[in-house]
Design a protein around this ligand. Structure first.
Ligand code: BGC
Length: 477
């Protein structure tokens, strides 16, 4: 396991402890929702609206390859990562093929990031070739019949921003807004759906509280400054996007931390949502979290209501802190698709906004079968059914996006595989995209085959028992 994976585990552990202890900085304000003891009888077979975004999610540093100007590239050059992204799956050059593969499943929305480090590799200097390249990528996406969902910051920043203190610097939100302005005008003036920051509730504690990744800052003061500046950066980006693109939808996706006690079981564990919503609550109340430092007092930015939809990433349900600390092996973590119904209903009731599942995926250890029996396809089918049950009860879900189109660089390691198409980045110089059985499953889901039955997992994790209404998806052994 790479350095990053170990870091990642520690951060989530600390994050949970902080959240559960009611830490000042990330003060919980969302009441924990107990998960239902039995599944609702809501209809999981109804079709989704025609505007529904069936997507795949990707991120620049993880898939583009050839990053030399970001802080992650710098971290790698300093020998602090076991595996570096390198060429990864070379999405930067193979985007047309990847769009064709996505569209072949019926996908109509493709989430990718526009990397600040490519657009502004040196402070104050736009790289117009990179701007044009991204523009061509988006044009190709449109030609394939898909709409973009664009992320403006997916854990990575230009090395020069990092060198100036990253998100603790009191000017960083304005620099970010300048980049966002450039992107909305020159790269994607017709993009409607935006994500400013990917999972601030993950990378802020990891990179600014524990300081184990660039810029390596530690402690609650740095953490507090960084998270307030990210909220300010989001609010400024929100205004810039809306100034250029009428009717745009802007959000930031949070990582949904679910904490269940006891063994994973089908439908009856006691489980709670850890409070991951300080970000949304800030926009909802107009109040920044934590104690504003003197240097921040001049930063008067209105954050109230700067949120058009809720977006979250749905992965594992942790059964103990010990298990959280094991996240370096995501293929060993419990998966409970049914909890998604409660998560969606909880967001629906609390914020009354449209909701997007910005990421959902299933990890394997280099394609080996999971001990709990879940396959990517069985998990996806059960997850979509849980989503549809929430929709049948009124949750306004506008999209589901699978992480990820291909295997890619999993932040320090290539071992966890999340791809609908597998790619052996370490051993296959041709980077061939090999379809997994989940490709056909997703194609059938999108085509409306809601009666697809997930095969029953064989281990301790358990699938949703659903009525057999149509064909069974082949299970990869
Ligand atoms: C992140 C992705 C990551 C995925 C799988 C999400 O938390 O946004 O970058 O690859 O999880 O671990």
């Amino acid at each position: 396991m790479g350095v990053v994976s170990r870091t990642w585990s520690a951060v989530l552990g600390v994050g949970l402890v902080l959240l559960q202890s009611g830490c000042q900085v990330a003060a919980p304000s969302r009441p924990s929702a107990g998960f239902p003891r039995s599944l609702s009888a809501a209809n999981a077979d109804a079709p989704v609206p025609s505007t529904f975004l069936w997507g795949v999610s990707t991120a620049g540093h993880q898939s583009e390859g050839g990053d030399t100007t970001s802080n992650w590239a710098a971290w790698g050059q300093q020998g602090k990562l076991k595996d570096v992204a390198g060429q990864s799956v070379d999405f930067w050059n193979r985007y047309d093929e990847d769009f064709r593969l996505a569209r072949g499943m019926g996908v109509n929305a493709f989430r990718m990031s526009i990397e600040w480090s490519r657009i502004e590799p040196v402070k104050g200097q736009w790289d117009e070739a990179a701007v044009a390249h991204y523009r061509e990528m988006l044009a190709a996406m449109r030609r394939h019949g898909m709409t973009p969902v664009l992320t403006l910051s997916h854990w990575v920043m230009p090395a020069w921003v990092d060198a100036q203190g990253g998100w603790t610097n009191k000017d960083v939100a304005f620099r970010f807004a300048r980049f966002v302005d450039k992107v909305t005008r020159d790269v994607a003036p017709d993009c409607k759906t935006w994500i400013t920051f990917n999972e601030p509730n993950v990378w802020l504690p990891r990179d600014y509280l524990l300081g184990m990744l660039p810029p390596g800052k530690k402690g609650p003061i740095n953490f507090g400054k960084a998270l307030r500046n990210v909220i300010r950066g989001h609010a400024l980006a929100y205004d810039r996007i809306h100034a250029v693109i009428p009717g745009a939808m802007v959000s930031s996706n949070v990582y949904q931390i679910m904490f269940g006690k006891g063994q994973p079981s089908t439908e009856s564990t006691d489980a709670d949502l850890a409070d991951t919503n300080w970000f949304y609550d800030a926009m909802h109340t107009g109040k920044l979290p934590g104690k504003v430092e003197p240097e921040e007092e001049s930063l008067q930015i209105n954050i109230m209501g700067k949120l058009d939809y809720i977006a979250f990433d749905y992965y594992w349900t942790f059964s103990s802190i010990r298990e959280v600390l094991n996240i370096a092996k995501p293929w060993a973590l419990g998966y409970k698709p049914d909890h998604l119904e409660t998560v969606l209903m909880d967001y629906h009731r609390q914020y009354h906004l449209p909701i997007m599942i910005a990421e959902n995926g299933m990890a394997t250890d280099d394609l080996k079968p999971r001990a709990d029996g879940w396959t990517r396809e069985s998990a996806m089918v059960a997850t979509v059914r849980a989503m549809k049950r929430a929709m049948a009860q009124g949750a306004q879900v506008i999209g589901y996006s699978h992480w990820s189109l291909t295997d890619n660089y999993e932040w320090g390691s290539f071992s966890p595989r999340f791809g609908l198409f597998s790619v052996d980045c370490r051993n296959d110089p041709t980077l061939r995209r090999v379809p997994t059985p989940a490709v056909d499953a997703y194609r059938r889901i999108i085509a409306g085959g809601s009666g697809i039955v997930p095969p029953q997992p064989v281990g301790t994790g358990a699938a949703t028992p659903v009525q057999a209404t149509s064909a069974t998806i082949p299970v990869r052994k």
